[in-house]
Design a protein around this ligand. Structure first.
Ligand SMILES: C[S@@+](CC[C@H](N)C(=O)[O-])C[C@H]1O[C@@H](n2cnc3c(N)ncnc32)[C@H](O)[C@@H]1O
Length: 196
């Protein structure tokens, strides 16, 4: 096991998070501070719940986290509404019944990897585009979208789509993301209204 992998894995265990992925979000939050008390946050691809747990603490009792995943997520915190479902079967209107508007949309969704880099890339971009279409619908004007995607040929096109809907788009490769991993994150700030 690599040293960094071991470090983040052990740290997550020690701090009570079910996955090391929490440190990717934490790093972005510490640098850019886009999660705040009282916000309504949509967390796409939430299982096993590290991001959900972290965000639930940050938004606090006056905030709400709506957590979506194909896999069932249970009992994270009182301010978490968890919904088991496939993002391709859900519509933004389903989520707007839970919260009429969101301040932040997060997506850590990832396809089951096949080992074929091109296939995994296309599936990841499809998930990221689906997340973007939700963000366009459910975010308040000025809202924030933080999304994972696998790098590859279609990534620049996805980035352009984000640029057409947000005032600023920043590419982030967190230290806790394994250097050899193709995953990368986009922090999109200031949703433009009406959507492009
Ligand atoms: C890297 S994990 C998320 C880890 C999570 N953010 C955490 O910190 O615990 C990616 C998740 O995306 C979910 N996922 C993949 N395809 C999905 C889809 N079509 N709809 C909803 N969730 C999906 C998977 O079930 C998986 O739990």
């Amino acid at each position: 096991m690599r040293k960094t992998q071991d470090y983040y894995f052990k740290r997550a265990k020690k701090e009570g998070f079910p996955a090391r992925s929490v440190y990717k979000l934490e790093e972005a939050q510490k640098k850019y501070g886009f999660l705040r008390p009282g916000q309504s946050v949509l967390d796409l691809g939430a299982y096993p719940g590290s991001w959900t747990k972290y965000v639930a603490r940050l938004v606090g009792p006056d905030g709400l986290v709506v957590a979506i995943d194909i896999q069932r997520l249970r009992g994270v915190a009182d301010n978490v509404y968890s919904l088991q479902g496939d993002i391709y079967d859900l519509e933004p209107s389903d989520l707007m019944k839970i919260s009429p508007v969101f301040d932040v949309v997060l997506s850590d969704m990832a396809p089951k990897t096949t080992g074929r880099r091109d296939v995994d890339h296309f599936r990841s971009i499809a998930l990221a585009e689906r997340a973007l279409s939700f963000a366009r619908e459910v975010l308040r004007p000025g809202g924030i979208f933080f999304c994972k995607a696998f790098q590859g040929g279609d990534f620049p096109c996805f980035q352009d789509k984000c640029r057409s809907s947000f005032k600023s788009v920043r590419v982030i490769k967190p230290k806790s993301s394994r250097p050899e991993s193709v995953e990368i994150f986009l922090l999109c700030k200031g949703k433009i209204f009406p959507p492009a």
